[in-house]
Design a protein around this ligand. Structure first.
Ligand code: GLV
Ligand code: GLV
Length: 355
């Protein structure tokens, strides 16, 4: 191969490797045992000649790495993630390195996990499972693990982009929840969907679902029974959920986060969970991964999973393929670049392997 492409982790499937090999690339996959590579580890991996790198969201892609990649002749980097808060895009631009991410292929998978956490919290599935395995079940009782009925309740979505909208559709259609969403941008597709679904329910004689776009985030916090967070992480969304915003939510609300940990002030959340035993939370991401803030792991009203929202086989293979196409696109000059700075929604259907 003429080009050297490095992947900082083994990735699922073989399609991504084959795509690169077929297009004149040598692929080098880091086999280090440690889970999170340091900047120094990655600089060593980049070495003297490297045309492109596929990296992970656990890595700090800033000045040091982009300058090292530049020195090695590299022009391409792709995160194997839709989120790119670990990437300093300005630094990449400065060193002439193009940046890609992997939207589209993880939309439904991630929304499905947010839905799973919503249901698990509403029906206390994890607590009930622990109870069962502990041998505590000694017969049916009318009050055993009573939870919330979602039907007719209101789902609140903060950030109605691809993932937030997919989640909203699942909860509205799957469970006949009313929708309130907050986003700087209007989601006309989502609004059309809910409107059409409400019409359908009416036509069958059922109570139609309702929807509204909130004028402020507070409106969502006050009115929703289940709130799911789907913003990007940046300065404006850091600790969006904090002591004060938590206090505006219903005492028995469910909060779900499959976006980025720092969107929630996790210390304030632990306090809130302690003071409000009926408040429940489902978390896929944490402020200081891989750690949890003290006390969180002891809370019965919290469900915690290790950042697995995009972890379906199809999606992870798709993410790897898209990351490879991003790097390949830049190296070979094909127009297949998934640039995270693009404003319009990325259409996965338009991605094709280079001819
Ligand atoms: C995962 O968290 C991603 O951003 O793809
Ligand atoms: C990002 O992919 C989003 O759906 O907001």
């Amino acid at each position: 191969g003429k080009y050297r492409v490095v992947s900082t982790k083994p990735m699922p499937g073989t399609r991504w490797i084959n795509l690169l090999i077929e297009q004149d690339c040598r692929v080098e996959i880091c086999t280090q045992k440690k889970t999170i590579l340091s900047v120094e580890d990655i600089i060593a991996l980049i070495g003297d000649k490297c045309d492109g790198v596929i990296g992970q969201l656990t890595e700090d892609w800033g000045e040091a790495l982009f300058s090292a990649l530049r020195r090695a002749g590299g022009t391409a980097f792709s995160n194997m993630a839709v989120g790119y808060n670990n990437v300093d895009v300005k630094a990449a631009n400065k060193y002439g390195v193009a940046v890609g991410n992997t939207p589209g292929v993880l939309t439904e998978t991630t929304a499905e996990l947010a839905a799973s956490l919503s249901l698990s919290a509403a029906r206390r599935i994890v607590e009930a499972d622990e109870f069962m395995r502990a041998g505590l079940y000694d017969g049916w009782l009318p009050h055993l693990f009573v939870g919330n009925l979602l039907k007719g309740q209101t789902v609140g979505v903060i950030g109605a982009g691809r993932i937030g909208s997919a989640y909203a559709r699942m909860m509205v259609e799957g469970f006949k929840m009313n929708l309130i969403y907050y986003d700087l941008y209007q989601s006309t597709r989502l609004e059309k969907f809910v409107t059409a679904y409400a019409e359908f329910l009416k036509s069958t004689g059922e109570k139609p679902v309702t929807w509204k776009r909130a004028a402020s985030m507070d409106e969502v916090l006050r009115e929703a029974d289940v709130i799911s967070l789907h913003p990007v992480l940046d300065k404006t969304t850091f600790h969006l959920i904090n002591k004060e915003t938590l206090s505006r939510m219903k005492k028995e609300a469910i909060l779900v986060n499959c976006s980025r940990g720092p969107v929630i002030d996790e210390v304030a959340l632990v306090e809130h969970l302690k003071e409000n035993p009926m408040f429940r939370v489902g978390l896929d991401v944490f402020e200081d991964e891989p750690y949890m803030k003290p006390g969180l792991a002891d809370m019965k009203n919290a469900i915690v999973v290790p950042h697995i929202a995009s972890a379906s086989k199809w999606t992870r293979e798709g993410m790897a393929t898209l990351a490879a196409l991003n790097v390949l696109g830049k190296i070979k000059g094909y127009p297949v670049w998934s640039d995270p700075n693009r404003v319009e929604p990325f259409l996965n259907e338009n991605v094709r392997p280079p001819a």
